[in-house]
Design a protein around this ligand. Structure first.
Ligand SMILES: [Zn+2]
Length: 110
């Protein structure tokens, strides 16, 4: 997907400091995607797109969080220290993580 995109904040596992904190990344149940609209990855769009997948538990993007377990509340303010304005965070339901069907963005052209 989007071969020329910026991958600066992409990742599954956090760095050493991050691994000391409680995080879905430490269990391999989360990934980050770098916001790079010039190269096809506009997280304003992707944050909504990933929510179409039933494996996603919550998304943090641009100082907002969407938890699929309380979808009726929609996007709510996120007050974490990192506002996630340069990358979005996607957490996956642990019980569904091994389902290998394609993600909604797998066939997107950039
Ligand atoms: Zn993250």
């Amino acid at each position: 997907m989007c071969p020329n995109r910026n991958r600066e904040a992409d990742g599954l596992m956090g760095d050493a400091a991050h691994q000391k904190r409680k995080s879905d990344h430490n269990e391999g149940n989360a990934f980050d995607l770098t916001h790079d609209p010039a190269n096809g990855v506009d997280c304003h769009f992707f944050a909504k797109l990933v929510l179409l997948d039933y494996r996603v538990s919550y998304v943090i993007w641009n100082r907002q969080i969407y938890n699929t377990a309380s979808a009726g509340e929609g996007w709510r303010p996120y007050h974490g220290r990192n506002g996630h304005t340069h990358h979005m965070h996607v957490s996956i339901k642990a019980a569904l993580r091994d389902i290998a069907s394609p993600w909604p963005w797998a066939s997107l052209e950039c």
